[in-house]
Design a protein around this ligand. Structure first.
Ligand SMILES: [Cu+2]
Length: 1008
């Protein structure tokens, strides 16, 4: 994009402009030049179309093969003008020579249509009055101007429109809820209403409340749901396609993207690079025509059968697309230039959208014996545009696949065409009441795709292929068991014979082959197969108006010999054609019904679509309904052509594993805060290529299947964390304890050093620093283990109440933590009492406990159960500390996790600063409970204090406020690294433990 802009800027500066590619649509400047040339000689015409007169195929093929030595095809404009008295003129203008090559008046045809207004007409006002709309409400009357289609009463020498009438009670209401029952006919040339079709039975204006789909209406009915989380599509390294002018290269594909007012997108010169050989597939693909016949036989509904491309122009009606709405991801847009009625060039910005999408699995196989597996992901290139045909929207997607398949998908959305009905009126099965007073008529959407094959060259032949049973009867020699079947191929040799219908029972397809070239293995001709399964019959009867006008829709497939002039299946000028004789395909076939279609340049015309019986779900706006067809290579390649797409994951029995650089590191499990479900075979963990990348927790987090329960893993992780952190920090704990129990002096600097020195000197060397290790170890490990067990279970409990997929809130983390803390405190309190006392006195003290069990017994015998649970109340307050810390920790994890694309991606460093930070913050808030608790648990607690309040009072009175922070320095020194070690051990144990218990050998090896 940026490069394009630079080139553009440079060309402005130098005045040098690259000539357009011969396939490129006319630019604004070229359109205006063509108009100027016409104006010089014919000043009084309006412009209906100015579009590229496409270079003749033979000339163009020659130039593409050898552009250096071949004359470049000239830029030529194809012009349609309208003069006074509905006269129609066609002109061909050579833009290189600057002259009109041909100028011709066409009789008995009308080119496609432009809009009009009917509100001021007295006859319309009168009809509105009859059904209940007063003259002062005429500004609430709307019409969809349709071409008249064909009406035998008026013929085709004057340019006519029919106005489908509607009413809007409020300017924001959808008028399709309020259809009016009459239909004015408008003369575009004289700009007057010449007739109004009025039904024999009148239907007054619908009185039902509005039925709207816009945001304000939805808000008024309760608003939009808010449980849908954003989905983003990212391509951090940019797109995989390249643009060279309007040529796109993507994977092995290369093609030119054109656009015209009629067909919209036109794809030209589509090639596939087959291991270095550029092979032709299709010369030109387009959606060339469509018809939407409605099924109500009452006059004048027979006129409702819109040819949206031939009568209105898929290009003219195209939408300007917007990022993130119509297309998501990394998008390249192309604009489209047209002429307006007055002859000025206009541009629709962002008319064509080009982007890539993930397309699921491209291929996969798992060997059930040894679990070796290969899985490769697919992607697709999508070239799309959307056009609005009055009430309807058609979204057209040309989709290119890695395996050589081309797909056309059309999505239908927008609003049903509606008609008025009386309450309780019998609709005779021709329509459905989709809302009170709203009748939506049955109709079909039939599209005609023009396929100009170029399968390894222009000389192609079409075969119809039917799955057919073997000839022999059951019991016969050649088909004894009756199971034989084969692909029966019928060569379509003439246009007459090639007019064929769809047959779902035989899985009918059509193959476009190059019989000069056989596949090396199958010995069958290289081909592309048309696979299309949504192919209804044209329901209007043979001989009827639509059947005559939409000759292309009589059969699923027609084949004709190539002719440069044959582009439009229902004829060049469609409006007001009578179908007598039929235009387009039937006329071309009639010219030479037995033309030889074998091994020659041919065009295949395919009609497909749906039959639509409307229902209330389609109203007030239709959820998009997709229909699709495929052009698939058959016997074209000698093997699967996309084996060179790197797999997402691949392992073979000998143990060689490989992954590609295309693995998506953003993919993650949908549910679970900390627990990991088993992941698929494409675990990034197994990739050799991955091991060199930055060490992240995510790598190790793709845990394999484990037999351990999540809570058990949590508590084991907590237990290990407790043991290790306790060993590391016990001496600091001892120091803290002594400081806290020092009631004799106020806090002084250097206290810590004096105490440590004295312990080592008086109590038996450095070993004394580890006095009370056992209760400390037991209390810590058991404490952490129990804590995480309770915490894990509580979180599961809350999660189960919330439902899957919802995240727990801070309040839930907080209460889980508090309850877990209280339960843990209750279980471990006796151990802490003994620990406090053992740390308080050196082993050489006469009354020092010799062991933990001795201590427990002593406390119980001297003070009873009350002694064993001494200090539980301040401890419980201390639980607040744990809870505060855990809420801070979980919130940090959540926030950081969302930044890096999931908590399973956090690194050990992130655990370090998050656990340390949360502990510091929580400590500053809640530290004072600690000295209080220690004092209540010491040897002579009973003698010194009467209870909790007494501790608080005496401590404050004797030692001042700072007493409550006694021991805070060694405690912080002890606690921060301890916490970090605890959480690292906890998070990592949780990760590794399942692997240790896993019976999968691979992981045992990986530990080496
Ligand atoms: Cu429909």
């Amino acid at each position: 994009m940026a490069l394009d802009r630079l080139k553009q800027a440079a060309s402005h500066l130098t005045g040098h402009v690259n000539p357009p590619h011969p396939f490129d649509p006319l630019s604004e400047a070229e359109i205006e030049r063509a108009v100027a040339h016409v104006r010089k000689e014919h000043s009084d015409v309006f412009f209906n179309a100015v579009t590229l007169w496409e270079p003749r195929k033979a000339e163009m093929m020659k130039w593409i093969k050898d552009p250096e030595h071949t004359q470049r095809p000239a830029r030529v404009a194809d012009v349609v003008c309208i003069g006074r008295g509905s006269k129609v003129f066609e002109a061909i203008v050579d833009l290189n020579e600057g002259k009109i090559i041909s100028w011709e008046q066409k009789d008995g045809v009308q080119p496609l249509i432009v809009e009009s207004v009917v509100r001021k007409d007295p006859k319309v006002i009168e009809q509105c009055g009859i059904i209940g709309i007063p003259p002062e409400d005429m500004h609430k009357v709307y019409c969809d101007p349709w071409t008249i289609g064909y009406d035998e009463r008026f013929g085709n020498n004057i340019r006519l429109q029919q106005a489908l009438m509607y009413y809007r009670p409020h300017v924001d209401d959808s008028q399709y809820t309020y259809p009016l029952d009459f239909c004015p006919i408008y003369n575009s040339d004289t700009q007057e209403i010449i007739h109004i079709d009025v039904p024999p039975v009148r239907r007054p204006l619908n009185k039902a409340p509005p039925n709207n789909y816009h945001a304000a209406a939805v808000e008024a009915e309760g608003g939009f749901r808010n449980d849908l989380k954003p989905i983003n599509i990212t391509q951090p390294e940019g797109v995989s396609f390249k643009m060279d002018g309007r040529y796109i290269s993507w994977a092995n594909w290369k093609l030119h993207v054109g656009f015209n007012y009629r067909e919209g997108m036109v794809l030209n010169n589509i090639t596939f690079n087959d291991k270095g050989t550029v092979r032709d597939t299709f010369w030109r693909l387009s959606l060339a025509e469509m018809v939407v016949p409605y099924g109500n036989p009452d006059h004048p509904h027979q006129r409702k059968h819109a040819f949206d491309l031939g009568e209105y122009g898929g290009g003219y009606m195209t939408n300007s697309l917007s990022l993130g709405c119509d297309c998501k991801g990394a998008i390249h847009y192309m604009d489209a230039a047209f002429v307006n009625r007055a002859g000025a060039a206009t541009t629709i910005k962002n008319a064509i959208c080009i982007h890539e999408e993930d397309a699921g699995i491209l291929f996969k196989h798992t060997d059930f014996r040894d679990d070796s597996v290969t899985v490769t992901r697919a992607r697709k290139l999508i070239i799309s545009h959307v056009f609005t045909a009055a009430n309807y929207e058609y979204c057209v997607y040309w989709i290119f696949h890695l395996d050589g398949t081309i797909q056309l998908e059309v999505k239908l959305t927008g609003i049903l065409n509606t008609y008025a009905m009386n309450p309780g009126e019998d609709l005779h099965g021709w329509g459905t009441e989709v809302y009170p007073g709203v009748n939506a008529h049955n109709h079909q959407h039939l599209f005609c795709m023009r396929i100009d094959p170029n399968i390894d060259g222009p000389e192609n032949t079409v075969f119809m292929v039917d799955a057919t049973r073997g000839e022999g009867e059951v019991g016969s020699a050649e088909n004894k068991y009756g199971n034989a079947f084969y692909a029966k191929k019928t060569k379509l040799s003439t246009p007459e014979q090639a007019a064929t219908d769809y047959n779902g029972a035989t899985s009918r397809t059509w193959e476009m082959c190059n019989e000069h070239k056989l596949n090396a293995f199958s010995k069958k001709p290289v081909s592309y197969k048309l696979v299309s399964r949504e192919v209804p019959e044209l329901l209007p009867k043979p001989g009827g108006l639509v059947w005559k006008r939409a000759g292309f829709a009589r059969h699923a497939v027609h084949v004709t010999k190539y002719d440069d002039a044959q582009i439009h299946p229902a004829g060049r000028h469609v409006p007001q054609t009578s179908g007598e004789p039929s235009q387009g395909i039937p006329a071309w076939i009639e010219e030479n019904p037995t033309a030889d279609l074998v091994n020659t340049d041919i065009v295949l015309w395919h009609t497909f679509g749906i039959t639509h019986f409307p229902s209330p779900e389609d109203f007030p706006i239709m959820p998009a309904e997709p229909m699709t067809l495929l052009l698939r290579p058959r016997n074209f390649f000698t093997r699967n052509p996309c084996l060179d797409i790197a797999p997402s994951y691949c392992s073979v029995p000998s143990g060689v594993k490989q992954g590609s650089g295309l693995v998506d590191k953003l993919s993650r499990l949908a549910f679970g805060e900390t627990k990991q479900e088993p992941v698929a075979c494409c675990s990034t963990e197994k990739f050799g290529a991955e091991s060199s990348t930055k060490e992240t927790a995510s790598k190790r987090r793709n845990a394999p299947k484990s037999t351990l329960s999540a809570s058990l893993i949590e508590s084991a992780a907590g237990f290990s964390a407790g043991v290790i952190s306790c060993l590391a920090a016990h001496p600091l704990d001892l120091l803290k304890n002594r400081l806290q129990l020092n009631t004799k002096t106020r806090s002084r600097p250097g206290d810590s050093f004096r105490i440590l020195r004295n312990v080592i000197k008086d109590e038996g060397g450095t070993r004394a620093l580890y006095r009370g290790l056992w209760p400390n170890l037991l209390g810590n490990s058991l404490g952490w283990g129990l804590y995480f067990l309770f915490y894990g279970n509580l979180k599961e409990l809350f999660q189960s109440r919330r439902g899957k997929g919802e995240h727990l809130g801070s309040a839930e983390f907080f209460s889980a933590s508090i309850i877990a803390g209280l339960l843990t405190g209750a279980c471990t309190n006796p151990i802490w009492v003994v620990k406090t006392r053992m740390l308080e006195r050196g082993a050489n003290h006469p009354s020092a406990y010799k062991s933990m069990s001795y201590g427990l017994r002593h406390v119980y015998e001297t003070r009873g159960l009350k002694g064993l649970w001494a200090g539980f109340v301040p401890s419980s307050l201390g639980v607040l500390h744990g809870a505060v810390q855990f809420s801070i920790y979980e919130n940090m994890k959540k926030r950081r996790g969302s930044q890096v694309g999931g908590q399973d991606r956090l690194s050990n460093w992130e655990y370090v600063y998050m656990s340390g930070g949360s502990k510091l913050l929580a400590g500053a808030i809640t530290y004072p409970y600690q000295p209080i608790r220690a004092r209540m648990q010491q040897y002579d607690a009973a003698q010194q204090y009467t209870g909790l309040l007494d501790v608080l009072r005496k401590t404050y009175k004797n030692e001042g406020m700072l007493a409550f922070y006694k021991g805070v320095v060694p405690n912080t020194l002890r606690v921060i690294p301890t916490t970090i070690v605890t959480f690292l051990v906890y998070e990592n144990t949780k990760l590794y433990l399942p692997k240790v218990f896993n019976d999968n050998e691979e992981f045992a090896h990986e530990e080496d």
